[in-house]
Design a protein around this ligand. Sequence first.
Ligand SMILES: [Cu+2]
Length: 317
Amino acid sequence: MFKTILSVAAVAAIPAIASAHVTLVQGEAPADSYYLAQLQIPHGCDGKATKEVRVTLPEGFISAKPMPKAGWTLEVIKGKYKAEYKDHGKPVTEGPVEIRWSGGDLPDDYFDIFSVRGKFAGLAAGSVVPFAVTQLCDGAEAVWNEVAAPGQDAHDLPNPAPTVTLIAAKDMHHHHDAAPASITLGSLDITPGFIKATAPGQPVAGGFLTIANRGAEDDTLVAVEGVDGADHVELHAMSMEGDVMKMRKLPDGIPVPAGQTVELKPGGLHMMFMGLKHPYLAGETTPMTLVFAKAGKVAISLPVMDIKGGMDKHKHK
Ligand SMILES: [Cu+2]
């Protein structure tokens, strides 16, 4: 587990003047992925209103785009990166290195969020990445640029830079499936399973989950909608006939009888994601909406997992 930069206890222990530091809303992010850096400015400089916010973008945070804010003038300062990075396969050597929002007025009693989106490149999981911030007020400033040395506790710094800790995409994924939370819809308990990862060019993918009907009424999973990356979803059954594995489409859906648990699993009932627009990659999570005849609709996310066998063996028309 990673430490958050500022615990609640630490805030409470520091008296009035530094009652809160500038922080990032999301303190963890997967390495080599997009990140929305949302900087929370909790107060002014020594009681004075903030008129300008500057953030120095860290090396390895490329192709940045700030979010404009009403009442503030936006300035993007560009420069050379220290290294060459790849963005969508193209080399990138320069881009935004500092963002300034100026001409605004953020009273000491209010807080606000300043956002910039970019992509982490070339930074390993475990990196603690600082976004140094300077607040300019009338005749005063607050600088948040201190970075903890190895072995030092960031809590001991009077003016720490807000930081984000990069984690492996796999760790993110494990965060999700460590406790596969069931989702309740009426008398249905739905436990997420997974989507089987696909190779480039593979047209279909199988999806799996478990539905328990705790009620007294039969229900039916009739459709799956709104799946990113697939044209549509069909509900299928698979069974052995002799020594041949046969699959059939279930146009009326998958029944979920009262008091029973129905498991969609490799080699049996499954969701079939048809017309894939891109491969499903292990470690990703795909949201979708399940539609039941009686219970209605519910949103769910399934992790993509690299599991061999099962779906590879048979053909779809
Ligand atoms: Cu199928």
